[in-house]
Design a protein around this ligand. Sequence first.
Ligand SMILES: Cc1cc2nc3c(=O)[nH]c(=O)nc-3n(C[C@H](O)[C@H](O)[C@H](O)COP(=O)(O)OP(=O)(O)OC[C@H]3O[C@@H](n4cnc5c(N)ncnc54)[C@H](O)[C@@H]3O)c2cc1C
Length: 380
Amino acid sequence: MSKLSYFGETHRLLRDTVSRFVEREVLPHIDDWEEAESFPRELYLKAGAAGLLGIGYPEALGGSEGDIFQKLVFTEEIMRAGSGGLTAGLGSLDIALPPIVHFGSDELKQRVVPAVLRGEKIAALAITEPNAGSDVAGIQTRAVKEGDFYRVNGAKTFITSGCRADFYTVAVRTGDKGYGGVSLLMIEKDTPGFTVSKKLKKMGWWASDTAELSFQDCMVPVENLIGVENQGFVAIMNNFQNERLSLALMANGTSQLALEACLEYVQDRKAFGKPLSGFQVTRHKLADMATQLEASKEFTYRVAAKMDNGESVIKEVSMAKNFATDVSDKLTYEAVQLFGGMGYMRESLVERLYRDNRILSIGGGTREIMNEIISKQLGF
Ligand SMILES: Cc1cc2nc3c(=O)[nH]c(=O)nc-3n(C[C@H](O)[C@H](O)[C@H](O)COP(=O)(O)OP(=O)(O)OC[C@H]3O[C@@H](n4cnc5c(N)ncnc54)[C@H](O)[C@@H]3O)c2cc1C
């Protein structure tokens, strides 16, 4: 491995495997799945059988271990299918499982994790509520202990894979107001009192399902508590670090596809008797786009390397997410502009990239919340 590269032979082989998977199993169907606003459940099974869902998880739970760059390679290659919704839907396990893996009891881990990594079951993370998004410590879904059960009442919204998940990692209030009263519970789909109240229609990420959930006197066994009661907030915050890295990678992947589409289009499309690439303003636009993307990728990789090294990157990962999404905001905007009217047509990839991109600076903590975190780390 070159001293200047974060990727070695293992990563190269994995990249080939994921790339072939995308070419064979995803690319022929992705346009139809986008229009259908769903992808087949069977895809989880195929990804599980190919060992792709287990990357980064302990062998004892059915995973294949691996460093952070293996996970990163997986995200980059899945993004090459050009569907943020597919990446988010197939990847919802990566926000739902880590709290269980890190803080759950052995019994809970064995019950949930291996089946999800095999693709037989789907996992979702449910934190956001109709009245509490950025303010995670303000969640109101209440879980009251009654003997061997928690009685859960409340609602969640905007939950990725929310319609068809089997296991939900749910933030609930078990204690007083604020972050010290938050716990995490694993709630199973068929638990009486739990319903998927609505499938939500979205601007982008069409291939993913996004749901509103309702809990009405939903009785959850106490053994489904993840970690220690009233200490769920720390687990949620730890979990956000990986999610933010992943969103930065999705932003870079979006920018990469937008840039590649433009590089091709400007050679084919002619105006005033020459290709668009014949205009200096176009070439300079592409040069700026390529420069911004290169800087974003390098910074994101650097942050990933620090995470892999066990360093605290609370500030840096928030910066990477904001930087990468600033770049993808600009690049997807410019891509549609360069494509002209064709950029507004559903048949153009850049049209989807533009829509899919918009969530990246909102989900997993908004740009403003990232800046709050960064400024706190700067001492304010
Ligand atoms: C497609 C999609 C998928 C999602 N998937 C999931 C999921 O799987 N699981 C899950 O739990 N959640 C999920 N979310 C929810 C997502 O994480 C939240 O939407 C996000 O955290 C923002 O919360 P909010 O929507 O309530 O916005 P709000 O918190 O209401 O914020 C509204 C605006 O106010 C700003 N604001 C808020 N507080 C401050 C402040 N202190 N300072 C300055 N500005 C502030 C925000 O930046 C934003 O611009 C998803 C959302 C979408 C759209």
